[in-house]
Design a protein around this ligand. Sequence first.
Ligand code: LLP
Length: 421
Amino acid sequence: MSHFFFHGADTVELAGTYGTPLYVVSEDEITARIREIKSRFDGRHERCHTHFAAKAFLTKDMLRILKREGVGLDVVSGGELYLAREMGFPADEIAFHGNSKTEREISEGLGYGVGKFVCDSLDEIKLIDEMARSRGACPRVLIRVNPGVEGNTHPHMLTSGGRTKFGLPPDLLRQAAAECMALQNVTAAGLHFHVGSQLMDPETHLEALDILLGIIKALRDEMGFETEILDMGGGFGVAYTPADKPARIDDFMTPMVTRAEEFCAANGLARPDLIIEPGRYIAGPSGITLYTVESVKEIPGVTTYAGVDGGYPDNPRPALYEAVYDAVIANKYGADAAPVKNVTLAGKCCESGDVVIRDIMLPDIERGDIVAVLCTGAYCHSMANNYNKNPIPAIVMIKDGTPRLSVRRQTYRDIYACDMT
Ligand code: LLP
């Protein structure tokens, strides 16, 4: 039986060298996915620009790659902005999102001179205006619209529709646009929408875009509001298992840009600059997680539980979204390692919901095996937590087949570093 290699690196060796659980991320894959999107969007159409959604995966190395590849950044907190600033990420390339920004965060955004604030309420717009006035600034503002379209995804990954907390419905939007135009210390630059995440086909993006285009025209006709920038969010789905069949990125990009162009031409509007903000599409398939099997427990008539040394703390997605993953046994890989057993990969937390994968067919699994869970590059490290006081795993980054420690493993001391007594 052979070993499972990830982008040229032997994952069993990685587990031995760096320990488990371990996030393994391919710089080459991230770069390739960025270049694919940029060639289909930024490169193919004028005044189109890709931002990366930092919430999907944010480390110093990631920011270094994004800077090198000329990608902008979507941040949603002072914490994300902090690292961007530390790494000298160009302020003008940053869009500051978030439905509940604090005064401190707005102040930090103004202090760094972020390119745009994406505003979610009238209160926020007024606060930014007030805070910008005292600094003699006039930041660009995009207003987040809730187009009301519901994408086909897990309810917790929906960010548009009747019950979402995000954005303003069309009526409130009119009020916000009027306010924006009247205020002296914000520049009304445009609109933003994001339908939801992990969407497998472009249907709802296009539906939402049509609604937005109608709004853009109405705002221009009714109040002279010019939409110079239209940010169309992210949400482009990836395949977590072979059963997932996401549309190609081109199937999203081409109709979206074409539709915007045709509508604007037909209605005497200048086509706004277009932005997209993918997170998962770039980071998700670029990473895997390695675990060690600590125990195997066969419950007759139920299942075989293989307990691993991680789970909820490094990947809360199965518990939060019923997310389904695929996995291989890294030290039993290849044609002669046939799947023979239905297994439930159990996480290590005192939490019934902490199951990494339910019902997966694997080769004969034993204590000491190394399991690689696939497609964990997005929303795993960024959502990692210390539940049961488990340290957050290290990240190893692979470039040209060579691994390198990118983020070290937390120590027990790190976990308690803020305790004052
Ligand atoms: N732009 C905005 C305004 C967003 O709210 C999001 C995701 C994105 C871009 C990036 O979406 P992506 O291309 O990655 O789908 N924690 C959840 C995902 C929540 C995403 C929320 N917003 C998960 O683990 O699936």
